[in-house]
Design a protein around this ligand. Structure first.
Ligand code: ADP
Ligand code: MG
Length: 374
């Protein structure tokens, strides 16, 4: 993605990384950041500064930051959507290589993408932080700047949160509310046999960007685009709303873990199988160039790569023309990548030569290496 005009100041590609790994790499203890205006961080002063700079009341918010709870006037006739995402240092990001703006932006984008996948309009935001000792207030204000950069284009208002010290690592939990008319809500469980499978945008860019941040090749001409896609994914709010309000999609999910796993979630909940066609998976030119240079299979990147935050959705064949007529209004391209099949068919991938194989779930899963017992 070309970083949106209102994006964080400078997505300097070179050394920044929001990483998804199973370990807890690097030094994650308390730190004072050289060069920042290191005003010591105190809870109440921080909350006051956040309220002044980012808090809002008005419209539906009767009371924002400052009381024991925010007061919001419910919107009659709408369903309320609620989503939350937790980002843990060392699991989802690495502060040695990511800026606070980058981390804040991505934390907010992950939540916005969940509201998009439900067909909703995002509304209100709560941000909870556990901060190791030694951080400067300016670091946290920068994190909020990233959060608000993602949220502001959608009119989302910050109405509260919580602040704690942390013994190990920075934690950010974002809760976002959204609204959707009852008849328009999109869920994962509505796909029907014969529906067409679509995705927005392109797949695999974020994973390629992550590889580039942690390896060589950042000077390559394609690197900038891929790293931007990794650090600043675009939540598909406009597309989600249009699919919902035009009654086009029977089911939808956002691609946070990777196409193969997220498709499996949608199919399991809908009680169906699916076929997808590798030659129809949308790949950016940058991703193709990266794949050639790094001898990576771009189809594997598209299937396994997480954090693209595109929408995967199903459309009955009779609605195909109406979807395609929406065109540029969606704010992104959409590609038909396969068809919903009966459950017994399972999940299968057809390659460009026409041969079939079972689709392996290769996307990200927490606790994969050290499962927790259930
Ligand atoms: P309480 O102890 O009653 O939970 P707090 O002192 O934690 O109250 O919070 C006071 C106000 O500041 C509340 O409105 C809360 O939502 C807000 N707040 C606290 N931490 C944050 C934060 N990190 N970001 C945004 N708002 C916050
Ligand atoms: Mg509190």
């Amino acid at each position: 993605m070309a970083l949106r005009a209102s994006g964080p100041s400078s997505p300097v590609a070179s050394t920044r990384c929001i990483e998804r790994s199973n370990g807890f790499p690097g030094a994650t203890g308390p730190r004072l950041r050289a060069g920042s205006s290191t005003k010591p961080l105190k809870e109440f002063a921080l909350i006051a500064a956040l309220s002044r700079r980012f808090g809002r009341t008005g419209r539906s918010v009767l009371r924002g930051i400052g009381d024991d709870a925010a007061i919001v006037r419910p919107s009659p006739g709408y369903l309320l959507l609620l989503t939350t995402d937790l980002l843990a240092e060392g699991i989802h990001f690495d502060l040695a290589t990511a800026t606070f703006e980058d981390i804040g932006y991505k934390a907010a984008a992950a939540n916005l993408s969940d509201i998009a996948a439900m067909g909703g309009t995002p509304q209100h935001l709560l941000v909870s932080l556990a901060i190791p000792t030694g951080y400067a207030a300016s670091d946290i204000l920068r994190l909020y700047r990233g959060v608000m950069t993602a949220c502001r284009p959608h009119g989302v208002e910050l109405i509260g949160g919580d602040t704690s010290a942390s013994q190990r690592g920075l934690f950010i939990s974002i809760t976002l509310t959204g609204l959707v008319p009852p008849k328009e809500v999109l869920t994962r469980d509505g796909a029907k046999v014969g529906d067409l499978l679509y995705v927005t945008g392109t797949l695999g860019d974020s994973r390629a960007g992550l590889h580039l941040l942690t390896a060589k090749g950042q000077a390559q001409p394609y690197a900038r685009h891929l790293i931007d896609r990794h650090l600043h994914p675009t939540p598909r709010i406009t597309a989600g709303r249009l699919l919902a309000s035009h009654g086009l999609a029977t089911a939808a999910i956002d691609l946070s873990d990777g196409l193969s796993g997220d498709l499996a979630h949608l199919c399991t909940l809908s009680g169906v199988g699916a076929e997808i066609h590798s030659d129809t998976l949308p790949l950016s030119r940058a991703c193709r160039a990266y794949a050639i240079a790094s001898r990576t299979d771009p189809i594997r990147l598209a299937l396994a790569g997480g954090e693209d935050y595109e929408l995967l959705f199903t459309v009955p064949p009779r609605s195909r023309a109406r979807l395609e007529r929406l065109g540029a209004r969606l704010g992104c391209a959409v590609s038909c990548i396969g068809t919903i099949r009966p459950k017994a068919f399972g999940l299968r991938l057809r390659n460009e030569k026409g041969s079939w194989r079972r689709l392996a779930i290769t996307s990200y899963q927490h606790f994969q290496e050290r499962p927790i017992s259930l």
